[in-house]
Design a protein around this ligand. Structure first.
Ligand code: GLN
Length: 543
């Protein structure tokens, strides 16, 4: 059974990575969503990892986790932040998944007698998966982002599969390219983009639209040249210039009529955009671009030299800033720089709020504990995320409950006070891939807690990715000294949120940043930013 109703947009990047293909894909999804079309993304990644779960955030950026516990490419974070919808792991198609399914089929004899090859077996596997999603989820449009750059060995089988897909279905191809502007010449140069186009033509694909990443708007003469070389109408050349926020890209696309052109190229019915949705987006973007207030937040982490490791935390602050009508200046603080007795805390002196982030391994954890102590003792609003919450517990145990050397057993297996310990169910786990406590989990919030005030609900669901937990042996001792257990799992077995007795200090075992969207910011981040704005105002007036 074929679903012939679903249309496809395929996005291919030329020349180099880092052009923002995820943002372009998300903006296209958002445009179609404004018009009420049911859309879904698919992401192809050529690497041979099954998923992103075992990748180092230093190399590949943040590992994004979905409700269904899939560990996927960080582009899924961009899709969800734009679309305001929770996605599923089957939309991530990696080389690892494809090859593992091909080899297991071959062993079962499903290709009996045949020589199993990239074409047609691997390409058919890709098409089969894509069509399977079209059948099971029946979207109006599937927007497919092909990871990598045209010409990479690792993504050429995906490109070939998409060429074959276009022989059976309505497929619109979008090529994202780069137009350099050399300061000395003062002219937008189209030659690299022409070379990119030629490579696509060689692969049998003539793109329908060319999106040009530029520093400023595309000139008419550049558009004319590109249209000529790309066998396209001039209107099909769309620019993607530097913008004050990535969330304004759908609006920039609309200014150029890309929405209507795309809808007509897809053969969909032209209709009016949903004015309420569109206006809400515009005003949220406006509050990101020119907010009326300001505040500063330090992100204390162990992967701060690669900002992509904390992409969702950074974006959650943008969303919360928009909700609080405040600019949020982020300062990145490497946790290992805060270590040792009498460590220099000056990086935290002038900020209005602190986030202690998630992570794995010992490096930097003592610096994080110092940062948490500094925040608690100086009344700086603070949010501890996952590892941050675990260390918040250790800091409180050490410095308020006199449990000297309290720690997580991940970092000190000999500690007398293992206030954070490995879950029983984790003790026998040997495999690394997909074996943590992962995905969306419900928890019950204590009605008298500050967290309840922020969420305004008794039950919340946030995403998880960790192996260690709050050690129940210490629940009573820590609560007696004022640390509030603000939320627990439904079976009451696991602690999910904690709070300091005074000021804004919240720790969560979950990763609330993973569910923050511009249209629906994460309550804990909004709470933190509001508390930080208030502190900023107070400090300003006392200066
Ligand atoms: N390393 C900790 C654990 O595994 C925290 C993980 C995290 O911050 N995501 O429990």
């Amino acid at each position: 059974m074929l679903n012939m109703q679903t249309k496809y947009v395929v996005i291919l990047g030329s020349l180099m990575s880092g052009l923002g293909k995820g943002v372009v894909t998300s903006s296209i999804l958002k445009l179609l969503d404004f018009y009420g079309y049911k859309v879904l993304p698919i992401k192809f990644d050529g690497y041979l990892n099954y998923d992103c779960g075992t990748m180092n955030p230093y190399q590949h950026g943040e590992v994004f986790v979905l409700d269904d516990s899939s560990e996927v490419d960080m582009d899924f974070g961009i899709y969800e932040r734009f679309l305001n919808r929770s996605l599923t792991g089957d939309l991530s198609i990696t080389g690892g998944k494809l090859f593992s399914s091909i080899t297991s089929k071959e062993r079962k004899g499903e290709y009996l007698g045949e020589t199993v090859q990239i074409i047609p077996h691997l390409t058919s596997e890709i098409i089969h998966r894509v069509e399977g999603i079209a059948i099971s989820k029946s979207p109006d449009v599937l927007v497919i982002e092909v990871g990598g750059t045209v010409g990479d060995l690792e993504n050429n089988y995906f490109i070939e599969a998409m060429r074959q897909l276009s022989l059976k279905h309505d497929v619109v191809f979008v090529n994202l390219t780069y137009i350099p502007e050399l300061a000395a010449v003062g002219e937008q140069k189209t030659k690299p983009a022409q070379i990119g186009l030629r490579m696509l033509l060689q692969a049998g694909i003539n793109p329908d639209f060319l999106i040009c990443r530029t520093s400023s708007k595309l000139t008419q003469s550049a558009k004319e040249k590109l249209a000529l070389f790309g066998n396209m109408e001039k209107e099909m050349i769309i620019d993607d210039p530097d913008l004050p926020t990535l969330y304004s890209l759908p609006l920039r696309f609309m200014e150029q009529g890309f929405d209507r052109l795309l809808i007509s190229k897809l053969g969909l019915k032209q209709k009016d955009a949903d004015a309420v949705k569109l206006d809400a987006w515009k005003s949220r973007v406006q509050r990101v671009v020119s907010p009326s207030r300001s505040t500063s937040i330090a992100i204390v982490g162990k992967y701060t030299s690669l900002r992509d490791s904390y992409a969702s935390v950074k974006e959650a602050l943008v969303h919360a800033g928009s909700a609080a009508d405040s600019r949020v200046d982020i300062s990145w603080v490497e946790a290992s720089g805060l270590e040792g007795d009498g460590a220099d805390m000056s990086a935290l002196k002038s900020v209005d709020g602190i986030i202690v982030t998630g992570g794995f391994g010992t490096r930097g954890t003592e610096g994080m504990i110092n940062a948490l102590q500094y925040a608690r003792e100086n009344g700086i609003p603070c949010l501890g995320i996952c590892l941050g919450m675990q260390l918040m517990t250790a800091e409180y145990a050490r410095n308020v409950c006199a449990m000297k050397g309290a720690n997580s057993s991940e970092f000190d297996s000999k500690s007398r006070y293992k206030v954070i310990d490995l879950l029983k169910s984790q003790r026998s786990v040997k495999d690394k891939g997909g074996t943590m406590r992962l995905g969306a989990q419900d928890c019950i919030i204590d009605r008298t807690s500050m967290v309840h005030g922020l969420y305004g609900r008794d039950v919340v669901s946030e995403r998880h990715r960790h192996r260690y937990e709050f050690n129940n042996k210490y629940r009573r001792a820590l609560s007696r000294k004022g640390l509030r257990i603000a939320a627990v799992t439904k079976d009451k077995k696991l602690v999910e949120f904690i709070e300091w007795p005074s000021g804004f200090g919240v720790g969560t075992q979950a990763h609330p940043e993973l569910k923050s969207r511009l249209d629906d910011p994460a309550p804990l981040f909004v709470g933190l930013v509001n508390a930080a704005v208030q502190r900023h105002v107070r400090n300003d007036s006392s200066r």
